[in-house]
Design a protein around this ligand. Sequence first.
Ligand code: RIB
Ligand code: CA
Length: 308
Amino acid sequence: MYVILDTDPGIDDACAIAAALNEPSLHLLLLSAVGGNVSVENTAKNALRLVEFFGKEVPVAKGCSHPLMQEPRHTAVHGETGMSGYDFPQIRGSFVEEHAVIAMWKAIMQAPEAVTLVAVGPLTNVALLFRMYPEVLTHLDRLVLMGGSDDRGNMTPYAEFNIYVDPEAAQVVFDTCEKHDLPVVLCGLNMTRQAVLTTGDFKDIDQLGRAGHMLASLFSFFYKASQTVGENLDSGARIHDLTTIAYLVHPEYFETKQASVMVDTTMGPARGATVINYRKPKNVTVCQSLDNEKVKVWLKDLLRRIES
Ligand code: RIB
Ligand code: CA
């Protein structure tokens, strides 16, 4: 399966990137960075740090720094760099020269078969890709994204961070996918809140070689930092973005329902909400729940294989 991952690392992104880089059934064509958790300067560097940490040859492209219609909004729970908690070596390589949107277009059009596009940050890059290069839509087999919720948000009572940061981009993406009947898989907070790694899991993962120690160090930072915001958990941390990669590899671990989705782009109190309509089922598969224990077994086995 050919994959492009658009991301704003971000500690939960880092886990998704680690899985995408090392899962044998996935062929990661490109990592495209977008401004989100932290600035795009930092998200791009973090993506490159992870590619080099795992010794892979995946290109990294730097994308949009700003949402389409408003100023950037960052979050503190990933630390100042976006991947605090582990001291990565100095970056040796460089980003691809083109802007991420152009790099995404080229990678999709040159791929030998339809590409799965995964997005785990604000959807600014993806919206511009669809507007600038609509021909990519016939070369994608689906879009799998972490964002939104069919119940409560985490930035406001109604809006989840990735959508909240750029509601206009999200509306462009959902509307374009619906018009082109491109399947979308939505990993929203209603499901990703169940994707918890406990502090006990951190200890297990810390024993799984260099990669496990790096991720466990990041998770520990994320857990402590999350204690200061509303999404805090006593038991551990929610690894939201990992669920998109787990879905690619093990869709059977998820319960889903079909829906249509719109985004509230008004300036009112619900700005950035995903309006998920199960009574008008269209191209969006909305995840309802996941078998978190099986996802954890899959992640730990993957990390063990890296070190073997
Ligand atoms: O709401 C959770 C999402 O926002 C995750 O993708 C996290 O990395 C942040 O980007
Ligand atoms: Ca993210």
